[in-house]
Ligand binder design. Structure first.
Ligand SMILES: N[C@@H](CCC(=O)N[C@@H](CS)C(=O)NCC(=O)O)C(=O)O
Length: 236
């Protein structure tokens, strides 16, 4: 059994989609970031970075004690290795999958994440950072579209690279963007969205994360996400 410390966000959905695709037994353990579930010493022992998602494999590859794994990209690589699925066999495609996975982890997710922050959580009227992170996301969509003009999937065959990029493509409307100018991405997005595992893996409702509405946070909730409570949380 694999425990998944989960929130229904794009990074969380990478893992829930992957587990549906490969069929490994797992349970999703709901974590409430607003209430600070990710700040506890118990959770820091699983994820020293204190973010979500993370997993604990109670029957890890190679045996031994339960294995905690953090960073959604590392979780996808581990689950691909464990299941023998969705990381291409051919060295060329395997490398492509790794390259596009790193691209998603280093750029396509974090740039949108910052846009999200400035649109939904920062004091209103911050035009420069919003424009900066939206423009960077548009640049990345252009790169993405170019890749999908060459190949049906990021690594030519469906892989963990697509699973990493799909929930973040789904989230772009939350920063006020569309796929209208990126037809190859729109086609890829629609094709992957029809996969039963993708539907099942995103079935956990996350309407709040797909909206650009500004949530109203209590002082305590803001502190848990961005302030003193976050900074004071124990490291391991
Ligand atoms: N690079 C990390 C990013 C994880 C991340 O930032 N997760 C968000 C939720 S999607 C989070 O934990 N936010 C809580 C916080 O910022 O305190 C990954 O891909 O796992």
């Amino acid at each position: 059994m694999i425990d998944v410390y989960f929130t229904p966000t794009p990074n969380g959905h990478k893992v829930s989609i992957m587990l549906e695709e490969v069929g490994l037994p797992h349970q999703l353990l709901a974590m409430n970031m607003l209430e600070g579930d990710h700040l506890t010493p118990e959770y820091r022992r699983i994820n020293p970075n204190g973010r979500l998602p993370a997993i604990v494999d109670h029957d890890p590859i190679g045996g031994g004690a339960p294995l905690p794994i953090f960073e959604s990209g590392a979780i996808l690589l581990y689950l691909a290795e464990k299941s023998g699925q969705l990381l291409p066999e051919s060295p060329r495609r395997r490398s492509q999958a790794q390259q596009w996975l790193m691209w998603q982890m280093a750029s396509f997710g974090p740039m949108q994440g910052q846009a999200h922050h400035f649109i939904r959580y920062a004091p209103e009227g911050q035009t420069y950072p919003v424009e900066r992170y939206r423009n960077e996301t548009l640049r990345l969509l252009h790169v993405f579209n170019g890749r999908l003009n060459e190949a049906d999937y990021l690594a030519e065959e469906y892989s963990i690279a697509d699973i990493a990029a799909w929930p973040w493509t789904r989230a772009i409307r939350a920063i006020g963007l569309t796929l209208d100018d990126y037809p190859a991405v729109a086609d890829w997005f629609a094709r992957i969205g029809e996969r039963p595992a993708v539907m099942a893996g995103t079935d956990v409702k996350n309407a709040a994360n797909l909206s650009s509405a500004r949530p109203v946070l209590t002082e305590e909730q803001w502190s848990n996400l961005f302030g003193k409570n976050m900074l004071d949380a124990p490291t391991r």
